[in-house]
Design a protein around this ligand. Structure first.
Ligand SMILES: Cc1cc2nc3c(=O)[nH]c(=O)nc-3n(C[C@H](O)[C@H](O)[C@H](O)COP(=O)(O)OP(=O)(O)OC[C@H]3O[C@@H](n4cnc5c(N)ncnc54)[C@H](O)[C@@H]3O)c2cc1C
Length: 365
């Protein structure tokens, strides 16, 4: 390649690609709109397969979190079912994960330009917020859920009753550590679910996906949380473990286009991570897809150049078809009043939960 590749977005997809490209002798420029690395709204569950890919990228899993999540616990309709995960997983705050990946990419020679927001992409010409234009030979679009004019996902990708993500941080305490311990918990309720897991600092991340209609019916995020807490007592116990007088800050993200996936792209443009496919988050595989897409797109680019983008995009879409579809089926079962209470029972069938967990993983690339 005559020019440096350009990556838009320094989340897990963009940094995985940056690490691979830098290692392969083509250190990229990465444009990241945030000046400081934040703590993106995310459950932070990292599967055993993603741990392996991260380690292949030179990221030490213990530096993310030395503790492991070894079991899954599902709560629905007053029932609880628990099973071991096929392999140990971990949970990490996005602040830690993104920082470690960005540092590794920069250490290998990637140039991360912070505070630079891309406003528009026309063909492969990128226009930043301050009006500068760049026309790279190879563009890797890794802007996550954020759509950029010119390459935005279609509005229909959000569906009829789009989901929103809500997050509450539960401060570390003996009670929350004893309740959650070494499990990833899923609490199912009408039109949504909440995942809870302990992060590297002992605090718990309670991350929910809820349909917009449920928020509209409740009136406000606080009213919605009170309703959900009344419906799901085990979840209420956990939220109360970190609650002072109120819920603290409730972070929110709207219109998550779950189930969206594309095999089409513009010449020379690789769409990575959530820009390639958005898996329902109860599968805990969005980071896995992001890292796998960064890894494999960079390898394709290094091996065959920017013209490989269209072929790579089609292949990657095929690779993620089954996990995205399977996660969608499980999500819709988790949302139905008749089927949700059956899921804790499923967890009690030997190896059933492990099979579900495997069916929603992106295959090793
Ligand atoms: C409620 C919820 C819970 C989830 N829980 C989990 C989980 O437990 N486990 C899991 O694996 N996945 C989970 N996910 C999914 C996961 O968060 C995403 O799939 C993952 O973050 C995608 O990574 P990415 O690099 O594609 O995008 P992102 O992580 O969104 O990174 C995109 C980066 O691009 C930057 N950017 C955006 N726009 C621009 C622009 N115009 N110019 C420059 N930079 C830009 C952003 O600042 C950001 O740094 C969850 C998602 C939700 C909504």
């Amino acid at each position: 390649m005559r020019q440096q590749p350009l990556i838009v977005g320094a989340g897990p997809a963009g940094t995985a690609a940056a690490i691979m490209l830098a290692r392969g002798g083509a250190p990229p420029v990465v444009l990241e709109r945030a000046r400081e690395t934040g703590d993106a709204l995310c459950g932070g569950f990292v599967s055993w397969r993603t741990i392996r890919t991260l380690e292949q990228l030179g990221i030490d899993a213990d530096a993310l979190n030395p503790s492991r999540a070894v079991r899954a616990r599902i709560f629905a309709g007053g029932r609880c079912g628990e099973a071991m995960l096929p392999r140990p997983a971990l949970a990490v705050s996005r602040h830690r994960l993104d920082t470690v990946m960005q540092d590794r990419a920069a250490m290998l020679g990637a140039k991360i330009e912070r505070g630079v927001a891309v406003r528009m992409i026309d063909d492969r010409t990128v226009t930043t917020a301050d009006g500068a234009t760049i026309a790279p030979e190879a563009l890797l679009l890794a802007s996550g859920k954020h759509d950029i004019r010119g390459l935005a996902r279609p509005a229909e990708a959000r569906g009829q009753d789009p989901a929103l993500g809500l997050r509450i941080r539960i401060a570390s305490s003996p009670r929350i550590r004893a309740l959650v311990a070494d499990a990833i918990e899923l609490h199912l309720f009408d039109r949504g679910y909440c995942g809870i897991v302990l992060q590297e600092d002992g605090s718990a991340n309670a991350c929910m996906a809820v349909h917009r209609s449920r928020l509209r019916d409740a009136g406000s995020p606080e009213a919605l949380l009170h309703e959900i807490a009344a419906e799901a007592p085990a979840l209420a116990d956990r939220l109360d473990a970190g609650r002072g007088a109120d819920w603290g800050t409730i972070d929110a993200i709207a219109n998550v286009p779950y189930g969206w996936r594309t095999g089409a792209t513009t010449a020379g443009v690789f769409r990575l991570g959530d820009q390639a496919a958005v898996i329902p988050s109860l599968a805990g595989e969005g980071i896995g897809i992001a890292v796998a897409s960064g890894w494999s797109s960079a390898r394709a680019l290094l091996a065959a150049g920017p013209l490989q983008a269209a072929t790579w995009q089609r292949q990657f879409a095929r690779t993620v078809t089954a996990p995205v579809r399977n996660a969608g089926v499980i999500w819709s079962l988790a949302e139905q009043r008749w089927s949700a209470p059956l899921l804790p029972l499923l967890a009690r069938i030997p190896r059933a939960l492990g099979a579900v967990a495997m069916a929603t993983r992106v295959p090793a690339l």
